[in-house]
Design a protein around this ligand. Sequence first.
Ligand SMILES: *Cc1c(COP(=O)(O)O)cnc(C)c1O
Length: 362
Amino acid sequence: MTHRVYNFGAGPCTLPLSALQEAQEEFLNFAGSGMSILELSHRTATYEAVYNLAQDNIRKLLNVPDNYKILFMQGGATLQFSMLSMNYLQGGTADYVVAGTWGKKAIAEAKREGEPRVVFNGADENFKSMPEQDEIEFNPDAAYFHHTSNETIQGVERRTPYDTGSVPQICDMSSDFMAYPVDVSQYAMIYAGAQKNAAPAGLTIAIISDEQLAKGPDNMHAYLDYNIHASKASAYNTPPVFPIYMLSKVTSWMLNDVGDLQAMYERNNAKADMLYNVIDNSGGFYKGHAAEKNRSIMNVTWTLDTPELEQKFLSEATAADLIALKGHRSVGGLRASIYNAMTPEGCKSLSEFMREFQRVNG
Ligand SMILES: *Cc1c(COP(=O)(O)O)cnc(C)c1O
């Protein structure tokens, strides 16, 4: 087989091998169409079957209630920062949790559309934690409450929704989407760029309640109007057919090989534990960034004593086929992104490398 490395990159990230192999096998002639999925029109029954499979799989995995739509769009989670505030803020006020880089970017776009309020700012403690329910003063007049369940760059996560009362809860789940069971009914809207956990880049998934959809204005630009995507089965314009196809493969892998999101969570948690155990038992050689209660099971972040030692770690890890472990340029240090498709073997291999690196350099 082709030589493959363990890719700990933050996104695009590693995909399940079986999904890649299936795509390879049917690449030149998809489903008897005599053409590649890359060439297939989105106005065909063949595409419709792909779309339906991806929709059904997500609905099953996340137990999405009937009164929610699942939308496939483009522009990444970044466009959602703008789009959700254009649709739902409309000059009003909204509550934002800023617990890391992505929350900060989300509120920056909302400021163009109204007067969002920061209800938690983690900047003072260098973004190490997520706020607890009682640390937030909720504003009952907010058009919505927005948070980021997993701050990808800092490696801090909160997997439980907040109790927002009657205020609609909107969550950027880009980097922990479908990584654990979620009670969708607690949210008015969940959105995620697909390239962390679900598919290659080029696709954004949003799950929105009918009640929230009904709040959209009627004068929105067509592509930026959630109701248009909802009423046209996400094919108002040409959808990203290939990422949607890969989404159908990845979610089928989750259902058939992993089982359900509880099993996915247990697998992810065990993977993360392998790395946090090494950090915790290193006597301070490895220093974890996140507060223990908010440690991410998707992005494990840590530092070493000096930049020179971190550089040595990175080059030796790369030589051992453990690649893309460099922390984000804004925070430095090291980061292992271990999304759904990262195998337990990959995490075991990294944890063994870390122990050996400490033995030699500690
Ligand atoms: C990666 C990421 C984004 C940005 O996603 P794009 O698809 O690149 O726009 C936003 N939020 C979070 C939490 C992310 O991890």
